[in-house]
Design a protein around this ligand. Structure first.
Ligand SMILES: [Zn+2]
Length: 438
């Protein structure tokens, strides 16, 4: 599961949203594996255990009403991605076409003569204006819709408070990042996309590294798990898999949501594994063990580092696309919008728009990058915890907000974690091959 704090910061730092999402999502709740080869009767274990029948039996535990509800929530999310993209594009075009963006740059120039500070000031103006313009969609998606499906535990005040915190963090982090990137653009007008991608990646690493220490605690309280009945088996699991952990952390996600989740976060020495209090309160020990073993899989398999490599490549490609497209769009409309070349900060809405087009189109690619790691973590988790039924039960709980049985194409395009069906089938196959011989 992605961390809530991380997600809010990403939303606030609009520019970084598409870039950093995959990195933070690496921290995952238990997932399922990708569809893969359909199981047949030949898959039945010698003991006569049929993984497909066992998977269907698990799915049958969910009432049709519940299934319909979670399908509707998740499928609505597909549309929300499209509306979010279009809404963001409309806001960007509005800022450019009304010359509001050029006006904000001019105001920043009047306030200070220091170029990097002009960039920072523009960013603050931009962030406030886009946040206000996007507010209707944010409230619908983040508040009303979550309540409609019974997933939110927050009243409006605390929700708004979290948004404000995210905005403040985004203002600071975004300003620092943009000052660096525009400095690079000014210094290397032709090769900025390469250097700029490098600077962006450094910034992504920095954000991931500080998140567990400085960002996540802003939204939730992290405390060491004290219940020995849960902590001891988790630490045993960690030691058995070469993880030098002495503490497991619990965070109070129940102040925001009813969702069950856990994550691995941090980089360069700040790594930690945390589970949320919903998981702790609602799950049995075998279920918790299966989740924590999955999270340990992310850790042992170096998923954060591998994601950074993948993200680095995507950022380079994305910036190359921006370099190509910005010049073309700028040549056509630049003077009408009163923006100069790529080095003009008033062109930020166009830069963001182009990046969001790039990452919107690549949604199935980024989802598959993440989902592939989630499958790896699942396999690791099953082998480490040896709790296939725990895994299946948790997959059902995750099915409260994730469609349980999508079609293969749907899963490929929209799922950043495997579906409940895929995950339970994977667990049942594992179980079939590990049943004691009779
Ligand atoms: Zn995961």
């Amino acid at each position: 599961m992605k961390s809530r704090g991380g997600r809010i910061v990403l939303l606030a730092v609009g520019l970084w949203l598409p870039v950093m999402m995959p990195a933070l999502v690496v921290a995952g709740g238990p997932d399922q594996m990708r569809g893969g080869r359909p199981a047949t009767a030949a898959d039945s274990s010698p003991a006569g255990f049929d993984p497909v029948a066992a998977t269907e039996a698990y799915l049958a535990k969910v009432s049709p009403d519940q299934r319909a509800r979670s399908d509707a929530y998740f499928e609505g999310g597909y549309w929300l991605q499209l509306w979010g993209f279009l809404y963001g594009a409309a806001v960007a075009i509005l800022l450019l076409a009304t010359r509001l963006s050029a006006g904000m740059r001019d105001l920043a120039v009047r306030i200070t003569r220091v170029t990097v500070l002009q960039t920072a000031l523009y960013w603050i103006f931009y962030l406030v204006v886009t946040t206000v313009l996007s507010f209707p969609l944010s409230v619908y998606a983040g508040f009303f819709r979550e309540h409609k499906y019974g997933l939110s535990t927050q009243t409006f005040g605390p929700w708004l408070g979290d948004q404000a915190k995210g905005l403040a963090i985004g203002a600071v982090l975004g300003a620092v990042a943009l000052m660096a990137i525009y400095a690079v653009i000014r210094r290397a007008p032709r090769t900025w996309w390469l250097w700029g991608a490098g600077v962006s990646l450094v910034f992504v690493v920095f954000t991931i590294a500080i998140a567990p220490v400085f960002i996540e605690p802003v939204f939730n309280k992290y405390t060491p798990l004290t219940d020995k009945k849960i902590k001891d088996p988790i630490l045993r699991l960690a030691r058995a898999n070469g993880i030098p952990a002495t503490d497991v952390f619990v965070f109070d996600a129940s102040r925001q949501t009813t969702r069950v989740s856990a994550n691995v976060a941090g980089f360069l020495g700040t790594q930690r594994i945390a589970l949320n209090d919903n998981l702790l309160n609602r799950c049995s020990l075998p279920e918790i063990e299966s989740v924590m073993a999955h999270e340990m899989g992310h850790y042992v398999l170096n998923h954060i580092f591998k994601s950074l490599v993948q993200i680095g490549l995507l950022i380079v490609a994305g910036f190359a696309f921006v370099r190509w497209a910005f010049n073309r769009v700028g040549a056509r409309w630049g003077s009408r919008w009163a923006i100069g070349g790529i080095a003009d900060v008033a062109g930020l809405p166009l830069l963001v728009l182009l990046l969001s087009v790039f990452f919107f189109v690549l949604t199935p690619v980024t989802n598959t990058m993440i989902r592939t790691q989630e499958v790896e973590a699942d396999i690791f988790g099953l082998n480490a915890a040896r709790q296939p039924d725990g895994e299946a039960e948790v997959a059902l709980k995750l099915g409260e907000y994730r469609k349980l049985k999508p079609g293969p194409v749907e899963e490929f395009i929209f799922f950043d974690h495997p579906s409940g069906y895929s995950r339970i089938l994977m667990a049942m196959r594992w179980k079939a091959e590990n049943l004691p011989e009779r």
